[in-house]
Design a protein around this ligand. Structure first.
Ligand SMILES: CC/C=C\C/C=C\C/C=C\CCCC(=O)SCCNC(=O)CCNC(=O)[C@H](O)C(C)(C)COP(=O)(O)OP(=O)(O)OC[C@H]1O[C@@H](n2cnc3c(N)ncnc32)[C@H](O)[C@@H]1OP(=O)(O)O
Ligand SMILES: Cc1cc2nc3c(=O)[nH]c(=O)nc-3n(C[C@H](O)[C@H](O)[C@H](O)COP(=O)(O)OP(=O)(O)OC[C@H]3O[C@@H](n4cnc5c(N)ncnc54)[C@H](O)[C@@H]3O)c2cc1C
Length: 627
């Protein structure tokens, strides 16, 4: 019934201060206040409706996305929202669009790799959206292997220009978001060629379309790469294809913070690691970790609320059936994901600190923590996106048949999220980077260099160095095992950052106790999942393993009465969740039934096509039956 909270009894069971937990989840009282205000601004504005996305044909869907992005920009300027509030607004609009790459990669690339002069020229235009940019690195033939990119940027000393060219079909830029139909400019990655010498991949600002009529400039071929996985989902984004036919740009449009080309054509590499050219990817990877906790928590919120509403079997003497959230199997699938959402939130906070610290050190030419920052951003991006993608699918399954309805919100959430396991670095390729970092650490231990930071624990594997194993020879052969070691390394980081979070002052009655239970569920569920490794290496005895499993089950029982309150603490509006199963009031069945009749297929009682294709069959079958 309307206005009734079908989850009220569940909410009464909470053993902690939910409002205080909302502040923990948001990160601060200020963040919570901004989130509440901007979330309501979006939820209350019909212009940001999103329940029709899965039913719109692509061109209509895309035009609708352009409308929303323009309207959002209008509201940002009308209300004079800060950059923080504007970013929150785009988050709560919850629609992948070209603006993601403009604000999330094009601008950061210029800030991270442009000189002060280049920033002064380009950033004001980008901040005012007088130009719209994308990040054009991946090509049809190369994505993971950045050093394999084929697009060329050849310096012409006669005109003081670079000639940007796509020499082969596989050099076509392919995938960049916002490129297909909207971006006027791109930060494009190309091989710098000077006087026949290849200096490797560098970034260049290239204008793609006229600012007058939006038509591609001479030498530019650009378009959308076509439909992607799922209805709605990532099809609101114009991932594009781009080819250059000897396009000329001024020399000062090569991003020159890391390396420079002089007027005379002399290449100068600043005394910094060449990998700084990858800096934008590192920035986005750390943001993707925080993003993972948002997506996972949305799916867990839906599945937890529905698991408390859904009853199946277990009726005693005609009494109510059992809430499926009370089944240990449901808890063993759901609560580790709930714990992971909180765990990823906290590791995401730490990773943002690590990234900020590295960037400050770079200002002082201190590159000492750059390798660890790369390994942590790469590894945690890989771990959190893989767990989140699998977790959203598990939440769909936890909701039974109704989880497969678009009105559950879960199919679209899955479809829009899963590319995160690929973009910004394929998850395996990134884990191999972590494995390389771990092996390099092992090889350095023997030289007396003690590991610090997130690899300090490796100082205790001195014995490995006695074998003097040839790290290089075994790497390729053992890469699958090394990837598993890399995952374990990243899981250890997540656990340690959760424990560090618990050592902080956490206000609110019962809040810390709940987080301690969730931390226990996080690490004990991992221990349970990998108990074979712990037993095989004698790190655990069978008895200890059994005790750990007993403790895990006990923690499920501890979390059970608090589950609804723990997902309420995510503070998501019904508009943002866009899920009938995840409604705050738990009023699921009447809303599911109501929504079904709104489907266009039910606009007519007799479906289009009946007379052409069904009636003749029936008539034919009737004729056969008479024989
Ligand atoms: C929530 C999101 C918010 C905003 C963003 C908006 C929208 C998000 C949605 C979609 C965006 C998607 C955008 C993209 O996908 S952009 C394209 C992404 N592409 C990639 O990630 C490519 C992955 N490949 C690579 O990064 C590199 O090719 C590589 C795998 C790392 C290999 O590089 P390579 O140059 O060959 O280096 P190696 O020979 O492997 O290593 C040499 C040396 O360098 C060190 N290294 C490598 N990378 C880095 C780095 N980034 N930082 C620091 N150091 C690095 C490496 O460890 C090694 O060191 P040694 O000491 O061992 O020599
Ligand atoms: C939705 C979406 C948005 C994107 N947006 C952008 C964007 O805005 N800008 C941009 O530049 N790019 C973008 N991309 C491209 C994306 O960054 C690449 O697809 C990604 O980096 C993976 O590279 P790849 O496609 O070459 O995969 P591949 O490397 O071809 O992966 C194929 C398989 O090969 C394996 N593999 C590759 N190398 C190795 C190795 N050395 N050892 C073991 N296994 C290996 C991988 O693990 C994987 O299983 C986007 C992609 C998607 C899906």
């Amino acid at each position: 019934m309307e206005g009734v909270d079908h989850l009220a009894d569940e909410r009464k069971k909470a053993e902690f201060n939910v409002e205080a937990m909302k502040i923990v989840w948001a990160g601060s009282q200020h963040n919570l206040e901004v989130s509440n205000r901007i979330s309501k601004l979006v939820a209350d504005d019909p212009a940001f409706r999103k329940d029709d996305r899965t039913m719109l044909p692509r061109k209509e869907l895309f035009k609708n996305t352009l409308r929303k992005a323009a309207y959002a920009w209008k509201r940002i300027n009308e209300l004079r929202l800060s950059e923080e509030e504007a970013s929150k607004l785009r988050f709560y609009v919850d629609e992948t669009a070209y603006t993601d790459l403009h604000w999330g990669m094009f601008i950061p690339a210029i800030k991270g790799q442009g000189t002060d002069e280049q920033q002064r020229k380009w950033l004001p235009l980008a901040y005012k959206m007088q130009i719209i940019g994308c990040y054009a690195q991946t090509e049809l033939g190369h994505g993971s292997n950045v050093q394999g990119l084929e697009t060329t940027a050849t310096f012409d000393p006669h005109t003081d220009e670079f000639v940007i060219h796509s020499p082969t079909l596989t050099s076509s830029k392919w995938w960049p978001g916002g490129l297909g139909k909207v971006s006027t400019h791109a930060v494009t990655y190309a091989r710098l060629i000077i006087d026949g010498k290849d200096h490797g991949v560098h970034g260049f600002i290239v204008q793609l379309r006229s600012l007058e009529d939006h038509r591609p400039l001479p030498g530019i071929t650009v378009g959308d790469i076509g439909m992607k996985f799922g209805n709605g989902a990532y099809n609101t984004m114009d991932n594009g294809v781009l080819r250059f036919d000897h396009v000329r740009i001024p020399r000062n449009q090569m991003l020159m913070k890391v390396s420079q080309v002089t007027r005379e054509g002399k290449y100068k590499q600043s005394d910094v690691p060449r990998q700084l050219v990858y800096g934008t990817m590192v920035y986005v990877r750390q943001r993707i970790v925080a993003d993972a906790s948002c997506y996972l928590s949305r799916a867990v919120c839906i599945a937890t609320r529905y698991s408390a509403v859904r009853r199946q079997f277990g009726s005693q003497n005609g009494g109510p059936e059992t809430q499926v959230i009370d089944y240990k199997t449901q808890q063993s699938r759901l609560f580790p994901l709930l714990a992971s959402a909180y765990a990823f939130r906290f590791v995401g906070e730490w990773l943002e600190w690590l990234y900020t610290d590295v960037m400050q050190r770079l200002q002082a030419n201190d590159f000492s923590t750059l390798p660890e920052a790369h390994a942590c951003t790469a590894g945690l991006k890989s771990l959190t996106t893989s767990v989140t993608a699998d977790g959203i699918e598990e939440c769909r399954k936890l909701c039974g048949g109704h989880g497969y309805l678009c009105t559950s919100g879960l199919p679209e959430l899955f479809a829009v999220y899963v590319p995160a396991c690929t973009y910004e670095g394929d998850n395996i390729v990134l884990l191999l980077q972590v494995a390389r970092f771990l092996m390099k650490t092992v090889s350095q231990i023997g030289t007396g260099k003690q590991p610090v930071g997130t690899i300090a624990y490796m100082g205790r594997i001195e014995h490995l160095m006695q074998c003097r194993c040839n790290v290089q020879r075994g790497f390729a052969e053992l890469s699958a095992d090394l990837v598993e070691a890399a995952v374990a390394h990243c899981q250890l980081i997540v656990v340690s950052k959760f424990i560090e979070k618990l050592q902080q002052d956490i206000p609110g009655e019962g809040v810390k106790q709940q987080l301690e239970a969730l931390c226990g569920i996080y690490y004990l569920s991992l221990l349970h999942k990998h108990q074979g490794d712990f037993l095989a290496t004698s790190y655990l005895t069978p008895k200890q393993s059994a005790l750990a499993n007993d403790q895990l089950r006990a923690l499920y029982s501890k979390v059970r009465p608090n589950a609804i309150a723990l997902v309420d603490a995510f503070n998501y509006s019904d508009h943002f969740l866009s899920s009938i199963l995840g409604r705050y009031d738990g009023n699921v069945y009447p809303k599911l039934y109501e929504a079904a009749w709104k489907d266009p297929l039910n606009e007519s009682v007799v479906p289009d096509g009946y007379h052409e294709y069904v009636r003749p069959l029936l008539k034919q079958q009737l004729h056969t039956a008479r024989l």
